[in-house]
Write a protein that binds this ligand. Structure first.
Ligand SMILES: Cc1cc2nc3c(=O)[nH]c(=O)nc-3n(C[C@H](O)[C@H](O)[C@H](O)COP(=O)(O)OP(=O)(O)OC[C@H]3O[C@@H](n4cnc5c(N)ncnc54)[C@H](O)[C@@H]3O)c2cc1C
Ligand code: FES
Ligand code: FES
Length: 485
């Protein structure tokens, strides 16, 4: 296997060998490359001060994506282009349009956050043009500024990102894509260092072999959970197998009955398909972390991480998703709700990995909602997340699946609550009884995000909200007027 990380640092061929593979790109930039424009704020993906842009060839086209350098390992640079704030100015010193707009709109004061904002805006500038206020807010939700205030920054974004990209990076895109594709040929990367081994398979067959040889290796998808074990807990990762270069593992496909999300598909890769079939699901996914997190983080990682407050498992359970698990080329399928065995304990056997998530396409008339309750809209972890899927027949509940995050040690399906609703009229009276069942069925804990009592109240009310939003309007209107009276 190849022992050298090869990538483009802007337009320069760059190689790294002999460094710990889990050194972060931020640390490498500041201490090895001596490029200190990229700043460290939180070192956990929250503040955006370290935002850089990765160029990757996706579907034959060069795409620029903003990511957090503080939780990106240097080994993940292999085969990619890395752009930092140092690279945007033209050879004659001309500022990039996003930098110029920030100057003109007075979008910087102390300047600590500015390189991160510049890079997020650069990625937005290259996203296709025509960014409106909502697109700007989404692109900048992962960048915090303590002193300027966001209005001038948003104004700069609106001014700079109004049209299609027309900078030297756009002009050079085909040539860079060809160079990246050339880098992707030859032997796969396999780094051995005193601090640990980092293996980057390119095919499912290679991944099958490596997971059998190294069954205890950490499987690294986007690393937005796992990288924090290194940056925050100072853990060594002696064996890592990266999933983000395995061909076919990141595909999102569908047939007549299923949407299939490959385990290494990022949130951003999966968004369009989710938005098409379940707009509510996509709306919630847009609240997972920030654009930088969603550009690297995967639904597969969210599931395999098995956090009780991960945002996608409740929706996947409510939608009746099946997980495809694979070991040594053999597949088995398991219902999403059966995957979570205990606190951060999953049904994955040693040497087995998650290959894909299969979600049945909505049945005609399926009603679905997922609600994330957190203190902030973006960049916040849920206190409670509730997901509901329902079909009605003649006003009665023909099928229902309900799942919650934050209400137990695992993402949990509320089976008793479902049973209390089955066959009942979809009215507030039925829901009132179901709320009692829910109370008896789920026993959340109190922690820094919310008390158990708060969580119980929220869970009840989310069920009521779902009923109010989906019941025939006449019923809801009558009941609301009763409440008002
Ligand atoms: C700033 C910040 C904000 C965040 N906000 C949210 C949020 O709003 N909501 C939320 O739910 N989460 C949030 N997260 C957590 C994280 O982004 C998500 O859980 C994400 O989906 C993890 O995906 P990943 O690809 O980065 O996983 P990784 O970090 O690569 O992996 C996570 C775990 O899953 C395992 N794993 C990954 N892929 C596989 C596989 N195919 N087979 C077997 N095991 C596998 C890894 O070994 C590891 O144990 C946030 C994280 C950060 C840093
Ligand atoms: S330093 Fe805060 S997001 Fe990276
Ligand atoms: S300009 Fe000071 S933090 Fe943003």
């Amino acid at each position: 296997m190849r022992e050298t990380i090869r990538f483009l640092l802007s337009e320069t061929d760059c190689s790294i060998a002999g460094l710990p593979p889990t050194m972060t790109v931020l640390e490498w930039l500041r201490t090895e490359a001596r490029a200190c424009g990229t700043k460290e704020g939180c070192a956990e993906g929250d503040c955006g001060a370290c935002t850089v842009v990765l160029g990757e060839v996706i579907d034959g086209r060069l795409r620029y994506r903003a990511v957090n350098a503080c939780i990106l390992f240097i080994a993940s640079l292999d085969g990619r282009q890395l752009l930092t704030v140092e690279h945007l100015r033209g050879p004659d010193g001309t500022l990039h349009p996003v930098q110029q707009a920030l100057v003109e709109q007075h979008g910087s004061q102390c300047g600590f956050c500015t390189p991160g904002f510049v890079m997020s805006l650069f990625a937005l500038y290259h996203a296709g043009g025509g960014a409106d206020r909502q697109a700007v807010q989404e692109a900048l939700a992962g960048n915090l500024c303590r002193c300027t205030g966001y209005r001038p920054i948003v104004d700069a974004a609106l001014a700079a990102c109004a049209g299609p990209p027309a900078d030297r990076f756009a002009a050079n895109a085909a040539a860079i894509a060809a160079r990246l594709q050339a880098l992707a040929t030859g032997e796969p990367l396999g780094l051995t260092h005193a601090s640990g081994k980092f293996l980057v398979p390119r095919s499912l067959e290679q991944l099958d072999g490596l997971t059998q040889t190294w069954p205890d290796a950490v499987l690294l998808a986007g690393g937005t959970d796992a990288a924090l074990w290194v940056t925050k807990q100072y853990r060594a990762l002696p064996e890592v197998i990266a999933l983000d270069r395995v061909e076919g593992l990141d595909t999102v496909t569908e047939d007549d009955s299923l949407l299939r999300v490959g385990a290494s598909a990022t949130y951003e890769d999966a968004l369009a398909a989710l938005a098409w079939h379940w707009p509510e699901f996509a709306r919630m996914v847009r609240r997972v972390g920030s654009r930088q997190i969603r550009n690297r983080g995967t639904i597969g990682g969210n599931v395999a991480n098995a956090s009780p407050i991960g945002d996608t498992p409740p929706a996947l359970i409510a939608l009746g998703a099946t997980l495809v698990l694979r070991a040594a080329g053999e597949r088995r399928r398991i219902a999403a709700e059966d995957f979570f065995l205990g606190y951060r304990k999953t049904a994955l056997a040693r040497g087995e990995y998650l290959e894909a998530i299969e979600v049945p396409l909505p049945a005609p008339g399926q009603l679905f909602a997922v609600y994330k309750v957190s203190k902030r809209l973006e960049q916040d972890i849920s206190a409670v997340c509730g997901a509901f899927a329902l079909t009605l027949d003649g006003g009665k509940v023909a099928s229902v699946r309900i799942a919650f995050g934050g209400m137990a040690a695992v993402p949990k399906r509320a089976v008793q609550t479902e049973l209390s609703l089955l066959g009942q009229l979809w009215t507030q009276d039925s829901v009132a009884l179901a709320m009692e069942a829910l109370d008896a069925e789920l026993a959340p804990i109190s922690d820094m995000r919310a008390s158990a009592a708060y969580r119980k109240l929220v869970a009840r009310n989310l069920l009521l909200r779902f009923q109010l939003e989906t019941a025939p309007l006449s019923d809801a209107a009558v009941r609301l007027s009763e409440v008002a009276a």
